[in-house]
Design a protein around this ligand. Structure first.
Ligand code: NAP
Length: 260
């Protein structure tokens, strides 16, 4: 399928690895020029060069912490108005137990996973609206549909973003700008391997056994791939997605057991 977005310019945040990288690769395959961001320069530059070679698109990189106001300003200065597609992403808050979370922990989680994507949309929606076309995909989490108890900080911050998107998406849709959220379940990324390490230590089992335990909960019987995740992101950014407004698309291999 021709996604109809060749030549569009996409800002993909937190994209040197994992799900962000999957989205960047799929958008490049669709012919988009990219602005990519991460905190670590080495992986980001390597990834940018791999994309240039594979897809022949223009790739600009910005080494910055997207959750920090100064870092975000650098990214926005580089992206400078001409962004047709915005994919928001950042690392998730740490796991823990509800009595241990302080006000500062909540502020940090809200800053990273709610207020950062909102700030990016606030900056980049106006030029999209002026041009009459735009797409925003926020990478959130399966926990938006069904909470993950030990990820209370993430549950709280992502719920706030989801509420914001539900209203805002409906305010901009008539002007050609579509905002939706992608909700990953377990995907084969560094973050999941860190979680497997935690299970292996807590249950005194091998990493392979920890992986088997996690995957046995997923009806598809495996983790998702970053390529599958990126393909859905690229579709939501495509010309064909103009009637998809304010949705929360779950990519979890069936793990969230719900009829609707
Ligand atoms: P990952 O494999 O650890 O990759 C994270 C990417 O984001 C890296 O490129 C990292 O590069 C960059 N990054 C992290 N924090 C950043 C920041 N503050 N500013 C700029 N770049 C940053 O993680 P992932 O699995 O793709 O997860 C991405 C998001 O999806 C997270 O919020 C996670 O909670 C959520 N999620 C993931 C899964 C899953 O199964 N993987 C499931 C549910 C939700 P640098 O470290 O160099 O900055």
């Amino acid at each position: 399928m021709n996604l109809g977005i060749a030549g569009r310019r996409a800002l993909v945040c937190a994209s040197s690895k994992g799900l962000g990288r999957g989205c960047a690769e799929a958008l490049a395959e669709a012919g988009c020029d990219l602005v990519l961001n991460a905190r670590g320069a080495q992986a980001l530059e390597a990834m940018a060069e791999a994309i240039r070679t594979a897809h022949g698109v223009n790739v600009t990189t910005v080494v910055a912490d997207i959750t920090d106001e100064g870092g975000r300003a650098e990214v926005l200065a580089t992206a400078a108005g001409a962004v047709d597609i915005l994919v928001t992403n950042a690392g998730g808050p740490p796991p823990g137990m509800w009595p241990d979370w302080s006000r500062e922990d909540f502020i940090a989680a809200l800053d990273a996973n709610m207020l950062t994507p909102i700030a990016l949309m606030t900056a980049l929606l106006p030029p999209m609206l002026d041009r009459g076309w735009g797409r925003v995909v926020n990478i959130t989490s399966q926990s938006v549909k069904a909470p993950i108890p030990q990820l209370g900080l993430s549950n709280a911050a992502r719920a706030g973003l989801t509420g914001y998107v539900a209203g805002t998406a409906r305010q901009v849709a008539a002007r050609g700008v579509n905002i939706n959220n992608l909700l990953p379940g377990s995907h084969n990324t560094d973050r999941i391997h860190t979680l497997e390490g935690g299970i292996a230590r807590a249950q005194n089992v091998s990493l392979e056994e920890a992986r088997r335990i996690r995957q046995s909960d997923i009806p598809a019987g495996r983790y998702g791939t970053t390529a599958e995740f990126g393909a859905m992101c690229a579709f939501l950014c495509s010309q064909h997605a103009g009637f998809i407004v304010g949705q929360n698309i779950l990519l979890d291999g069936g793990q969230t057991s719900a009829t609707i």
